[in-house]
Structures are given as C-alpha cells and as structure tokens.
Design a binder for this molecule. Structure first.
Ligand code: BGC
Length: 438
C-alpha cells in the first residue's frame, strides 16, 4: 500500500509577482528593474516583458478558483515592493495595498493559506539605479517595506519568506566576484534584520524563513580533485548561504579560497552576531537539479566544470532531472543543520507541452513532481523535518531572461487569450493531494 504523507504535511504551489501579475502600469505601481531590462531607450520592448504576463492582477479571483479545484492547501506568492511603495519608500500606494488585501482575503475565504515572499527578484528601479543590494542603504528601505507588509498583512499571513534565492541576486550579474560576495552579505544582513523586526513586531506570531536555491553537488569520480571541485561548488552555491542563515558564520574553506584569490568584501562580526541572535523558523528550499563536477585546473575560482550526464533526462532549461539528489540534499540538511524545519518552496520543470483534444499532455512534468515527492517521502521516513511542498509553478509565466519561452506551469496559459487550462501534471498533483499519497 502506498504511504500516506503525514497528516500535517501541506501541499501548495508557488508564483512570484513580476512573473504573473501583469498590470505593470496600473493603479499607481512604480517601476522595478525588470520593467526596463528588456526595453530600449524609448521604452520599446526588445524581448518579452512582464507588462501583462498572466494578467493575474485582474484575474486573481478566477485563479483562486483554479487553486481550489486543484486542492491546494497553501499558496506561496510574492508581494511587489513597488505596488506598496512606488518609489521604494515614502508614500504608500493604497491601490497596491488593496490588491494584496483582496488576494489574501479571497484565499482565506476559499480555505487556502496565504504565504508571502517579501522580495522575489523585482527590486524597485530607484534602488537598482543606486547600485542595488551592493548599496547598504537598500537594507534600511527593505526593512521599512517589510515592516509595512507585517503591519498590513501580518494578521492573516502567518508564513513569511524574507528573500527568494539570494544566490541569483548576488551572482547573476556582471559585478566582480568581490562585489558579488558583498551583495550576498548585504542580503544576509537584511534577512537577519527582517527576522529581528518580525520577532519584535506586534503581529509576529507566525513563522519566518528564507528561500534558497540549493542543489547537491557530486564529484564526477571518486578522485580527490573531483571531490575538491564539487566541494567548492557546494560552498559557492549551498553553504555560502546555509551557514550564515543557520549557524551565523561563513564556511571557512570558502572564506580562505576567496581571500587567497584576492576578492575583497567586508563582513563585520556584529553582522554575524545578528544572524546568530535572530535565527529563522524554517528553511525554504527551491530545488530543480543537482550538479556533477569535474576538476578543471585552469578554471578559477572553483576549479570545477559541470559534467553533462550522458544517460540522464534534461529539462528545457538544460537542468538534469535527478530526484534522488533531493533526498540526499535533505539528509545533508538534517545532519549538518540541526534538522531545521524545511519547506520545499519550489520544485518543478520546464518541458514542452502537447495539446491533444484540448487537453495538455505533459507526462515528463507529472513524473518529475511525483518522483520528487517520492524523495520527500523517503526523507520524511528517515527523520527529515520537511513539512511542506510547493510546486513551481502554478502557471506558465514570465521566466525572467527567457521570457515566455519556457513553461513551468501545472496550469497552461494561452498568452493570446489568457485562457487557463489545467495540465495533466496539474491533475496528477490534484490526485496526490486528494489521496495524500503517491
Ligand atoms: C525562481 C523562479 C524561477 C524558477 C525557474 C527559481 O530560480 O525562484 O522565479 O522562475 O526558479 O527558473
């Protein structure tokens, strides 16, 4: 007989504001860096933009009906900073606030728990122009925005995420590595201070954590040097964020590696004290794939090269499908990070969909979700404290630099008509939620 998920295990799906909302120029919303990245100087799009996206801003009520039909218990969305503060700080925009009040109320009315990410990639343009997170001033503005969100929504939103994937914000840019490490550190300080604020806040009676993109790193062979390469990439992607947010310190081997190579960044001990003093309640993991590393002597800083597994299935993103690595990642977290409570805050895959008789066939995506949930079950049976799973994503949506070309949704979006169609993977997930087993 198939195993049941624990009674209090929660199934949900995730999205983010810029990727689905659209209504980019409505109701007083300010501009984010993403409103300009794909535009020329006259404002004409040079690539896909999120002006309309899934038009969720106007269609949220119908979208919540679909969530209900799928049986979702919880929904992870992000709040758009510039809908609340069009200029990043200063005047609050009441129409932007209304949108989230209505969204939250409608979710609760439909028996779906709202959970909110404070920042999911869409930094206000005003701050991007001042250097983004490299500029420590942004931290104060972020705290002010976070406080406003707790004031406005904290009575009904009881699960909060500080940042989504700080690794991407820190490292997917053109800055030199020293500055990137500084950005990462500013994000860590901001994270700790938001937690402090939440703890001291009137409504701070829920749970708060961070969302990290993690992927287990394997050496290509048992050779010592391949292991060295895998350990470096693990340090870069995983431990550089896990260690500060859970232990209040940075990994020594990576510190040494960066310093030896002359990358300059400043970490003060008082910042680490703050991280130690305000631990988070849970760790959110976005898991899509793993890495296999081979030693590459001429490839600093990590002396590693990604190895392509000849037999494996790769998604449209070029990411290897490897559900067993999720189980192993979770076991690592249990052992090395005090068995902290874990939510899988994103997991999913971009595959091509096939439309047959008005139905969307996506067997590879359905299989991906099932196999990863199997890995979660196995981890639970081995004592890992994983309590939630959010599929990425509820809808096909704006996949950042890749626009609308990659589809991650369990609900298909026809971008011409905005018609929504639950895919076969969505129905598969619905059955899993109904049965609470695979
Ligand atoms: C992000 C999402 C993104 C997804 C697929 C994560 O990196 O949080 O915004 O769409 O993965 O790339």
């Amino acid at each position: 007989m198939a195993h049941k998920f624990p009674k209090d295990f929660i199934f949900g799906a995730a999205t983010s504001a810029y990727q689905i909302e659209g209504a980019a120029f409505e109701d007083g919303r300010g501009q984010t860096m993403w409103d300009v990245i794909h535009r020329d100087q006259e404002g004409k799009p040079t690539q896909d933009v999120g002006d309309i996206a899934c038009d969720h801003y106007h269609r949220y009520k119908d979208d919540i009906k679909l969530m209900k039909e799928l049986g979702l218990q919880s929904y992870r969305f992000s709040i758009s900073w510039v809908r609340i503060y069009p200029q990043g700080a200063g005047e609050i925009n009441p129409l932007g606030v209304n949108f989230y009040q209505n969204l939250i109320d409608e979710l609760i009315k439909n028996g779906i728990e709202p959970t909110a990410t404070l920042w999911h990639g869409d930094l206000p343009l005003v701050y991007d122009e001042k250097g983004g997170w490299l500029n420590p001033e942004v931290i104060e503005h972020y705290l002010n925005y976070a406080k406003t969100c707790f004031d406005l929504f904290g009575d009904r939103v009881k699960i909060w995420y500080t940042h989504n994937e700080p690794w991407c914000a820190a490292f997917l840019n053109e800055h030199p590595l020293g500055d990137q490490l500084q950005i990462a550190h500013h994000l860590m300080i901001a994270h700790a201070r938001v937690i402090k604020l939440y703890r001291n806040h009137l409504n701070g009676d829920g749970k708060i954590g961070i969302v990290l993109n993690l992927g287990k790193q394997y050496p290509k062979t048992f050779e010592k040097m391949d292991q060295f390469a895998a350990r470096n990439v693990d340090g870069f992607v995983n431990r550089w964020f896990l260690d500060p947010v859970i232990k209040g310190e940075y990994p020594k081997d990576m510190m040494e590696l960066y310093r030896k190579q002359g990358h300059h960044f400043i970490i003060e001990s008082k910042d680490l004290d703050e991280l130690k003093r305000y631990p988070m309640d849970f760790l959110g993991i976005n898991m899509y794939s793993r890495g296999v590393q081979s030693y590459a002597p001429f490839n600093p800083p990590f002396y590693a090269q990604d190895y392509h597994m000849p037999e494996a299935i790769y998604t449209e993103m070029g990411w290897e499908v490897c559900p067993s690595s999720l189980y192993e990642l979770l076991m690592d977290i249990k052992e090395k990070y005090h068995n902290i409570e874990v939510f899988i805050t994103e997991n999913g895959a971009a595959f091509k969909d096939e439309m047959i008789d008005n139905k969307i066939h996506d067997p590879l995506r359905a299989d991906f979700i099932k196999k990863h949930l199997e890995a979660v079950q196995k981890a639970i049976s081995h004592g890992v404290n994983v309590t939630r799973y959010y599929a990425w994503s509820l809808f096909d949506n704006f996949e950042w630099g890749l626009g609308y070309s990659k589809r991650f949704g369990i609900i298909h979006i026809d971008y011409e008509t905005q018609k929504r169609t639950i895919k076969a993977s969505g129905y598969c997930y619905q059955r899993i939620i109904q049965k609470r087993s695979l």
